[in-house]
Ligand binder design. Structure first.
Ligand code: FAD
Length: 423
């Protein structure tokens, strides 16, 4: 039978794609056909990788959330496949079914397209990374750090943690936004705190064993001045080393890292966050910026191809590359589709940017950050204590049981209940 309902095709099903798919199913329902494509049938719960590593748990076991049952429940189709290309003129996507190698490429058409494919994390462009670097960007690399730390590889030497230079995209049709030089610096700061605690507990060192580095003028600049005025002196007092304005990584070698500004740091363990780059097949498309990120307005819609949306790290406006921003964008797109496809009478608010971040500091303590100062707003909240840590753990449980349909990432509730224990 010919199904005349419009097809909504969602590419990618991690944080931004899963939430979009679930809310679209709820809000548009059977007034559309929803199809989701991802190369893997599970979500990787990336923010909790460091916690699992410190506790000697394999993150590949605890942080893969199977997603197909959510799509089945919602009546959406899921294709496990590798997206190879998008043709916005013919409104088709090319993919290769991914379960077994050798599958033949297929095409699928769409009426509405949501691109939630994240980015490629360019570790392969860092000279020496494969031999000498470590990272926490996925569960494979997380488990590699776990085995190194807990399996007797680490000898207690100096540790360096930081980011490579991030090249933000440009395009004349993009809204005016601040420019970041690192993709996402919450994780290096969080890992520095929690690793200092891990070292202390084992008598292997403390904060002074660790040097944080950033390609930008100041680390975590998107946290805004008010929060940095509290955070940076606190880190200095704890004894962390700090290198700013490195401009990027020149090379990683057995004994440390050399930076593009000519400086260097000595380190046995090098924890590196790479440049977040768009997937190669997105570059040069009429919907992409000069790097390959997808151009959208603040309703996450491409101005020239209004049937194309982007959410999460793949969208040009998502800076820094934060899951909490992708979550808000997913809500905006699902509301827009509920209006445009479902005929709902909804007034869709444009994207408002803010950092909402819950970080582990070790010893069951954590920090909670909520700020929009970097975008010119006046919210600036930093809380430190046991409650933010509990909230971080509770957030994962809530996310798993609701399958991504959480009411706002990070919940302002934490602003009422978070305590303020001194560091
Ligand atoms: C260590 C760490 C800690 C973090 N902590 C936080 C935090 O506390 N708070 C926060 O807000 N953010 C945090 N982030 C950032 C957060 O993880 C990302 O912003 C988020 O994962 C982006 O979600 P996304 O769905 O846009 O992209 P991704 O999570 O990258 O998902 C993209 C999806 O697309 C699929 N895909 C990609 N290419 C293809 C293809 N060609 N074909 C088929 N499928 C494809 C992938 O399999 C994946 O499922 C952290 C990041 C790191 C590395």
């Amino acid at each position: 039978m010919n199904d005349a309902r419009p097809r909504i095709l969602i590419l990618g099903a991690n944080f931004a794609g899963l939430t979009t798919a679930r809310y679209v199913a709820e809000k548009v329902g059977d007034r559309s056909r929803i199809t989701v494509i991802d190369r893997k049938p599970y979500l990787t719960f990336i923010p909790n990788i460091p916690l699992e590593v410190w506790n000697d748990n394999n993150p590949e076991v605890s942080l893969h959330l199977p997603t197909t049952r959510f799509f089945e429940k919602d009546g959406s189709d899921f294709i496990q496949g590798e997206v190879r290309g998008i043709d916005v003129e013919s409104r088709t996507v090319e993919y290769v079914p991914g379960e077994r190698p050798g599958s033949a490429a297929e095409e699928i058409g769409y009426d509405y397209l949501v691109i939630a494919l994240g980015n490629r994390l360019a570790l392969d462009e860092i000279q020496g990374f494969a031999e000498h670097g470590h990272t926490f960007t996925d569960t494979y690399y997380g488990d590699e750090v776990r085995r190194y730390l807990h399996g007797g590889g680490y000898r207690g030497g100096p540790v360096a943690i930081g980011s490579d230079f991030f090249q933000q995209g440009r395009h004349p049709e993009l809204p005016e936004l601040p420019v970041a030089e690192a993709a996402c610096e919450g994780p290096p700061v969080e890992i520095a705190f929690s690793m200092a605690h891990w070292l202390e507990q084992r008598g292997l060192g403390d904060a002074s064993t660790i040097t944080l580095f950033t390609p930008a003028e100041v680390i975590a600049e998107d946290a805004g001045e008010k929060i940095l005025d509290q955070l940076l002196p606190m880190m200095e007092e704890m004894g962390f080393g700090y290198l700013a304005d490195t401009r990027g990584i020149e090379r990683v070698h057995a004994d440390g890292i050399e930076f593009d500004d000519g400086s260097s740091v000595e380190a046995e363990l090098k924890i590196i966050f790479p440049n977040w780059k768009p997937h190669d097949f997105l570059r040069g498309l009429p919907i992409s910026d000069d790097q390959g990120f997808i151009v959208t307005d603040l309703h996450m819609r491409n101005p020239d191809y209004p049937e194309v949306f982007a959410v999460g790290d793949a969208a040009s406006v998502t800076v820094p590359k934060l899951g909490s921003l992708g979550h808000r964008e997913a809500e905006i797109v699902s509301d827009t589709l509920a209006r445009d496809v479902g005929g709902e009478d909804i007034d869709v608010e444009p994207m408002e940017f803010e950092v909402v971040c819950m970080g582990d500091m070790g010893g069951h303590r954590g920090f909670y950050m909520h700020t929009d100062e970097w975008w010119g707003g006046d919210t600036s909240i930093l809380k430190i204590g046991y409650t933010p840590h509990m909230l971080k753990m509770g957030f994962k449980e809530m996310y798993y049981s609701l399958g991504g349909k959480i009411p706002r990432w990070g919940l302002p509730l934490s602003e009422f209940v978070a305590d303020r224990s001194p560091v």
